[in-house]
Design a protein around this ligand. Structure first.
Ligand SMILES: NC(=O)c1ccc[n+]([C@@H]2O[C@H](COP(=O)([O-])OP(=O)(O)OC[C@H]3O[C@@H](n4cnc5c(N)ncnc54)[C@H](O)[C@@H]3O)[C@@H](O)[C@H]2O)c1
Length: 327
């Protein structure tokens, strides 16, 4: 199989490339390196069937050509990270709306299978317990920049599903919940790499808000396994799947776990949202996926424990702790 991975030099994309190559597929990556880096693919051997093209998914003629040459497209390219999106709102909207339009239109012309990466952010402020794919989205005002990422991703989902319904195009939408693993950068607001960087430098670990808000963290290897299996499962086409692990932890609990695992001397400090981000930032107290649809469809849902995932992240970090508690 020939796979096209947009955003393949990013965090999840590069692990997906590893997974596809490991299964004997050939892979083309298109990535503009806005948040991704070629280093994420540097461990791969030169004789692997991998081609990396540094360009944008907004380049329509290029995308048309690449889609024509692929059997399946994994569309992961996007402006990602709360901080990055807040700093670049126009570019984020352009990439996340127009980029997906370009990819889906090309897939339709060439009748190719497409997986579109979406996000648990589309549920917005709905924090009502395990979230099912058909649950309501509760978004704040369009004047609050926080919601522009969710708005664009929800439009991507609607477009992918419209192609499936109206044109019979095999499309599938995956909503990733907080995905973690080696190669994820803390630069754009991702919490786990930020906490690990701070702990390994013995700097204060900065928890935003009161630290009682909870999230569920999923190991990237589990995410890769889920998305590849979905594209091999005809029953998934035209549908939406939560991809995540359904164990919750508070941000205070996460910070303490990182301190314990690294043996860090870091103190845990709380920073109000208005100081961490621009004023008017909104957040949700909890966000838990219901993964029963994923489990029913592919017979599997992510299950790597948080301690194990953190262990792998810390082990891959360039700065190593003096003591390291193996879970
Ligand atoms: N990491 C998570 O927890 C998470 C959660 C929900 C959804 N997602 C989604 O998963 C996908 C991958 O996210 P990630 O965490 O690996 O982030 P990432 O920033 O590491 O990956 C995104 C990649 O897309 C590339 N890119 C951005 N604009 C592009 C453009 N115009 N053309 C080509 N490439 C472009 C970036 O350079 C980067 O390599 C994204 O679609 C994101 O919305 C991620």
């Amino acid at each position: 199989m020939k796979a096209l991975v947009t955003g393949g030099a990013g965090f999840i994309g590069s692990h997906l490339v590893d997974g596809l190559l490991g299964r004997g597929h050939s892979v083309t990556v298109v990535d503009d390196l806005s948040t991704g880096v070629c280093d994420n693919l540097a461990h791969l051997q030169p004789d692997e069937p991998l081609e990396v093209i540094v360009d944008s998914v907004l380049n329509e003629s290029l995308v048309d050509e690449l889609v024509a040459g692929a059997d399946v497209i994994f569309h992961l390219a996007a402006a990602v990270g709360v901080q990055w999106v807040l700093d670049h709102p126009i570019r984020s909207l352009e990439t996340n709306l127009r980029g997906t339009e370009v990819v889906l239109a090309a897939a339709d012309r060439h009748r190719r299978k497409v997986l579109v990466a979406s996000t648990s952010e589309v549920y917005g402020k709905n924090d009502s317990g395990p979230l099912r794919e058909d649950d309501d989205r509760i978004l704040g005002s369009s004047k609050v920049s926080r919601w522009l990422y969710a708005t664009a991703k929800a439009a991507d989902e609607a477009l992918a599903l419209a192609y499936a319904q109206e044109r019979g195009l095999p499309t599938v939408v995956v909503r990733f919940f907080n995905t973690i693993g080696p190669r994820q950068t803390g630069r754009y607001g991702m919490v786990v790499p930020r906490f690990v960087d701070q702990a390994l430098s013995d700097e204060p670990i900065t928890v935003y808000g009161d630290g009682q808000q909870t999230r569920c963290f999923t190991y990237v290897g589990d995410v890769v396994r889920s998305v590849i299996t979905l594209t091999e499962t005809p029953a998934c086409w035209g549908d939406v799947f939560n991809v995540g692990r359904d164990r919750e932890i508070s941000m205070d609990g996460l910070a303490q776990l990182v301190v314990d695992l690294t043996g860090s001397r870091s103190k845990i400090v709380h920073v109000p949202y208005d100081e961490a981000y621009r004023g008017g930032f909104e957040d949700m107290r909890r966000r838990v996926p219901d993964v029963s649809r994923l489990r029913r469809t592919i017979g599997y849902a992510p299950d790597t424990g948080l301690e194990e995932a953190l262990f792998r992240i810390i082990a891959a970090h360039p700065r190593q702790p003096s003591t390291f508690r193996v879970p």
